[in-house]
Design a protein around this ligand. Structure first.
Ligand SMILES: [Fe+2]
Length: 506
């Protein structure tokens, strides 16, 4: 970890006092804080107790050589610059120094300018390395965040979090704990490294203890006194480092993300703390979003169901009205239901889509709903209608259209209601449309309606028998009716086996 202060601290390690003094005087005058020691062991003690930015070490020293010192520094994971000073200026020495992990080397006897230039170069290299690491971490975090943000599935979000935590921290134990705010029975996920997998059954975290010390900002990183966070632990496992971050959501936290190292050389550092903190925050938000999304879906399903029920009730009410118009008239009772059946037969015979078959059945039931405004005496009049009565009667398609227009989920039925008195040759009403100008629903209902009217008793005449009615359809095919529809109807009627409907037949 580099110092936040602009003054850099350098540890000089040399068994020759003269060299130590010269370097101390010179580097101090150049603005460095300098500490000197005479051997490798003292150097390691210094590094353990204090922070240094660089170590300048002699190569040949009693007890511990410079190369051995650098190897141990790297082994302990100190992120500092190490430079070897050697009087044995051969390529082999330099190669050995670099191999042991040194940043650079200085040949004795040295000029002071060379020392400064090697130090400057090393610090610049360290800065670039650090920038590179930061950039890599930021990129990783960005990729992970993107993956999490795109997911609506809780399992997938948590899988990504655990994978990323495993890769970035190399922890022995990872726990993603969700406490009692669990969803679908989920309360936590654990991961164990290969190093501790044999003891995994006996690692018991003190969840309550951890939960109680987590506050909203309560990220904590511990490298001492970690045992208190365990309820049970095998004696072979000594916890070395622990980092715990809360999964923050508005109004509290869901649980926490915990990493533990039982491995001597693996300690979590500030970078891990920051990484886990961001990951935890992202996990909590995504979890909340996924939960809200799931709730929203449930609510939406309930609304859809409620809407479906309302539509169905409304449909039944409208059909009830249509039937009510016929109820007072023994001659037309059941007419709309029969027209619905015939229309359905035709649509099925024409291989029309199921949705159209359903729609035309419904439209058949409603085709005369516009008669709701015509008095029953006029509807059931035995004699011929006079001119004003005919005009009024002919308004029923228009009336039907007006009744259905304000109802959004019935508007698509209007063409069947409005156009069922149009004639194929253009002599019908209300618009006088001809041929294919007449919507298909209108052309189908026209055939079904006329056939049923002919085969039912009416107040002004007796029912025609089936053969006569069929003959009437045939001779008016191409003039009053669409010939394709007449053909389809006659085939469908034959196939259906329907002989005759009585008044209560439907
Ligand atoms: Fe009609």
């Amino acid at each position: 970890m580099t110092s936040q202060s602009t003054r850099k601290t350098i540890l000089i390690v040399d068994d020759e006092m003269v060299i130590r003094d010269v370097l101390e005087d010179f580097l101090s005058s150049e603005g460095y804080d300098v500490v000197t020691v005479s051997n490798g062991h003292s150097a390691l003690n210094e590094l353990e107790s204090d922070h240094y930015d660089a170590v300048l070490s002699d190569l040949m020293m009693p007890e511990m050589t410079g190369l051995e010192l650098i190897a141990e520094i790297n082994n302990r994971g100190y992120k500092i610059i190490t430079i070897i000073m050697t009087g044995y200026g051969t390529i082999e020495t330099a190669v050995a120094a670099m191999k042991s992990g040194a940043f650079d080397y200085i040949l004795k006897p040295f000029k002071m300018d060379e020392v400064l230039s090697v130090l400057d170069r090393s610090f610049e290299r360290l800065r670039l390395q650090q920038e590179n690491v930061n950039l890599k971490e930021t990129l990783n975090l960005y990729r992970i965040s993107e993956t999490i943000a795109k997911s609506r599935e809780v399992d997938s979000i948590f899988g990504t979090i655990l994978d990323a935590t495993e890769i970035e921290t190399d922890a022995d134990y990872i726990l993603l704990y969700l406490g009692d705010r669990s969803m679908d029975g989920f309360s936590g996920l654990q991961r164990f490294s290969a190093r501790v997998k044999e003891q995994k059954e006996t690692i018991k975290i003190n969840v309550d203890g951890l939960s109680s010390i987590l506050t909203d900002d309560g990220v904590f990183l511990e490298n001492d006194e970690i045992k208190q966070y365990f309820n049970d632990l095998p004696t072979v496992l000594i916890p070395r480092s622990l980092c715990c971050v809360p999964l923050k959501v508005p109004g509290g936290h869901l649980g926490f993300l915990l990493v533990v190292s039982f491995t001597r050389k693996i300690f979590f550092r500030e970078g891990h703390r920051k990484f886990l903190s961001i990951l935890g925050s992202r996990a909590a938000t995504s979890y909340e979003n996924a939960r809200l999304f799931s709730e929203l879906k449930d609510t939406n399903n309930e609304l859809t169901e409620a809407n479906r029920t309302i539509k169905e009730n409304f449909r039944q009410t409208i059909v009830g009205f249509a039937r009510a118009i016929e109820q007072n008239d023994p001659y037309t009772r059941g007419h709309s239901d029969r027209v619905a059946v015939f229309s359905r037969l035709i649509a099925e015979q024409l291989d029309l889509p199921l949705s159209f078959v359903e729609d035309i059945t419904f439209a058949g039931q409603l085709h005369d709903i516009g008669k709701i405004g015509i008095s029953s005496q006029k509807l059931n009049k035995t004699g011929k209608l006079n001119a004003p009565e005919i005009r009024m009667f002919r308004k029923h398609p228009e009336m039907g259209k007006r009744i259905l227009e304000p109802i959004p989920f019935m508007r698509h039925l209007i063409s069947g209601v409005y156009c069922h008195h149009e004639k194929y040759d253009g002599t019908g009403y209300p618009q006088g449309l001809a041929g294919d100008e007449i919507p298909l629903m209108g052309r189908i209902i026209a055939v079904a309606d006329t056939y049923d009217a002919m085969t039912s008793d009416r107040s002004y005449r007796k029912a025609l028998n089936r053969e006569v009615a069929i003959h009437e359809l045939e001779i008016n095919s191409g003039t009053q009716f669409d010939p394709d529809i007449v053909r389809a109807f006659l085939v469908a009627l034959e196939k259906s086996g329907i002989e005759d409907f009585n008044d209560d037949g439907l």
